[in-house]
Design a binder for this molecule. Sequence first.
Ligand code: SAH
Length: 226
Amino acid sequence: MRIDIITLLPELLESPFRHSILKRAQEKGRLEVVVHDLRQFGLGKHHQLDDYAFGGGAGMVMMVEPIAQCIESLQAERRYDEVIYMSPDGDLFNQPMANRLSLKDNLILLCGHYKGVDERVREHFITMEISIGDYVLSGGELAAAVVVDAIGRLIPGVLNDESSALLDSFQDDLVAPPVYTRPADFRGWKVPEVLLSGNFPQIEEWRLEQSILRTRQRRPNLLDEE
Ligand code: SAH
């Protein structure tokens, strides 16, 4: 899978994909993340990217032309499944959406700044809009990093069996059970006996019970939806 991220602050995206699972995904050739500096499509001598809003008011707006040129230059190279704008009023990102997107071949993620992008970008180029939550960030880069991380680890062949995504929260409409590692007793705080029993069917049963209990306590909406 290939993900192209369009941004006016490429530096913000230098580190997030260079570690851990996402690094491995790229090394295995399952994921390619390409960050594009929108500045190279900026207008005039100063490579201008934003301008005052028509109608007045505070805050700059990202211009349609550089974004159009950047997206079209990418689309000339390959077919994209979705051209996604990161936006606080977009569809709320969740695990089912991450699952769906992880099966795509090519995605573009457009990061906004300032007051956002000229509406004509959204009308004519964007096929999907994603929000990572009901709060406003100063730019789309961190949101894009969240989306790439969540998608990247789901791409078939990225996670090995031990870290299988199927055991994660939300995959069964359940949150994950509690986990423990050594020591079995720390300051008298003991690990649940069953986990030390070696009785795997019983351990599985305990984990499922805990998941259901936790889901009821923390995310009852997941159970309601069934
Ligand atoms: N004035 C806009 C906010 C612009 S914030 C409004 O009220 O809707 C600047 C940029 O940050 C946006 O263009 C978007 O790309 C990104 N952004 C901010 N909050 C976000 C969120 N919750 N999810 C995804 N992207 C977000």
